[in-house]
Design a binder for this molecule. Structure first.
Ligand SMILES: NC(=O)c1ccc[n+]([C@@H]2O[C@H](COP(=O)([O-])OP(=O)(O)OC[C@H]3O[C@@H](n4cnc5c(N)ncnc54)[C@H](O)[C@@H]3O)[C@@H](O)[C@H]2O)c1
Length: 325
């Protein structure tokens, strides 16, 4: 199939583009490079454009059969201080894309949703039928797009997969591509930067949560496991089946302290850290129940925390040599 990967020059999109290629699909990347990088799209046709540009989308959609939509702003804190930016890109941009897809007669869309749509769930592990109650504008924009997909499915026969990612982590095993957010806000790269002495010491937000070691627990899903879930979702929709929303996580939670210990073991270095107060809006634990994805897509995460940390570390070292070349 010819797949339009919107946001394919970013972290998760670039890994998924490679997974699609390995599975025999053709990929066209569409990206405005606002947070993405041209070198992450190397080896693919890259169309530089913005999802708000309907005519650019129209041109490229005329050559494609399915869409994967990764393009979004994705900093929770920034979405609180600058919601306008988030509603513009994630909501207006998302609708521009959906309308262009309907006009082009494209019926298959796979969307990067998030566990942030659940907000602070009453029960963990989280199942897909948990009420969606996002607690920040970022989560609201993602829920809005899920609801738009539901309406466009009913009205126009769009078939969608809403993949609710938990915490994406790790890097391609080749060491050639990986996470490159600026500023970086994700725990594993921040922990590794602290270990390497290239970043500030790690700030731990809260050590008095009702968890075994007092730090927050999250479900870290390796980016290549995420990528393979996209390929499975595409093939599921292509076989004529109905739209769906699933959690994409491992079902295992790790605490901040456990991530730090894994990083110290893998790097052989101490992670300098400061324990600070809790951050508002951080639930103690967010862990997926991944049973639905397994049943529907025959998909299961195959990598664990060690793989996440080890591949991220390999990528960080490779990046350092790239910078010094
Ligand atoms: N990283 C995570 O842990 C995580 C967790 C849950 C959900 N998500 C979602 O997954 C998706 C990808 O996240 P990521 O970590 O790879 O982020 P990223 O910033 O690395 O990738 C996003 C890509 O989209 C592009 N883009 C943004 N706005 C655009 C626009 N208007 N037009 C065209 N291109 C545009 C950016 O240039 C970038 O290449 C996002 O939708 C994010 O909300 C990420």
């Amino acid at each position: 199939m010819i797949v339009l990967v919107i946001g394919g020059a970013g972290y998760i999109g670039s890994h998924t583009a490679r997974a699609l290629k390995r599975a025999g699909h053709e990929v066209i990347i569409f990206d405005n490079l606002s947070t993405g990088y041209e070198f992450l799209a190397e080896g693919f046709e890259l169309v530089k454009g913005d999802v708000l540009d309907a005519s650019a989308l129209k041109n490229v959609m005329s050559r494609t059969e399915a869409i994967m939509h990764f393009a979004a702003h994705a900093y929770v804190g920034e979405s609180v201080t600058n919601p306008r930016k988030y509603f513009r890109n994630n909501v207006e941009g998302g609708l521009s894309l959906l309308n262009a897809a309907v006009d082009a007669g494209l019926k298959k869309i796979i969307f990067s949703s998030t566990c942030a749509v659940y907000g602070e769930p009453a029960k963990v592990p989280i199942e897909e039928n948990t009420v969606r109650q996002p607690v920040n504008p970022y989560g609201v924009t993602k829920m809005f797009f899920e609801q738009s997909l539901e309406a466009y499915d009913r009205a126009y026969g769009i078939r969608y997969a809403a993949l609710r990612y938990f915490n994406a982590a790790g890097a391609d095993e080749s060491g050639e591509i990986g996470e490159l957010h600026a500023p970086e806000t994700h725990l594993i790269p921040l922990t590794l930067q602290a270990a390497a002495g290239t970043g500030p010491g790690l700030q731990v937000f809260g050590s008095d949560y009702p968890t075994p070691d007092g730090t927050c627990i999250r479900d870290y899903i390796h980016v290549n496991d995420l990528a393979s879930a996209h390929v499975k979702a595409l093939e599921y929709l292509a076989s004529g089946k109905e739209s769906f929303a699933v959690n994409v996580g491992t079902g295992h939670g790790y605490s901040v302290q456990e991530v730090i210990s894994a990083a110290e073991e893998i790097t052989g270095k101490r992670v300098p850290r400061k324990i600070g107060p809790r951050r508002p809006g951080d639930p103690p634990a967010l862990v997926a129940n991944p049973a639905k994805a397994q049943a529907l897509l025959q998909w299961k995460a195959t990598r664990d925390l060690r793989d996440n940390v080890a591949t991220a570390w390999k990528w960080m070292q490779r990046r350092a040599t790239l910078v010094h070349q």
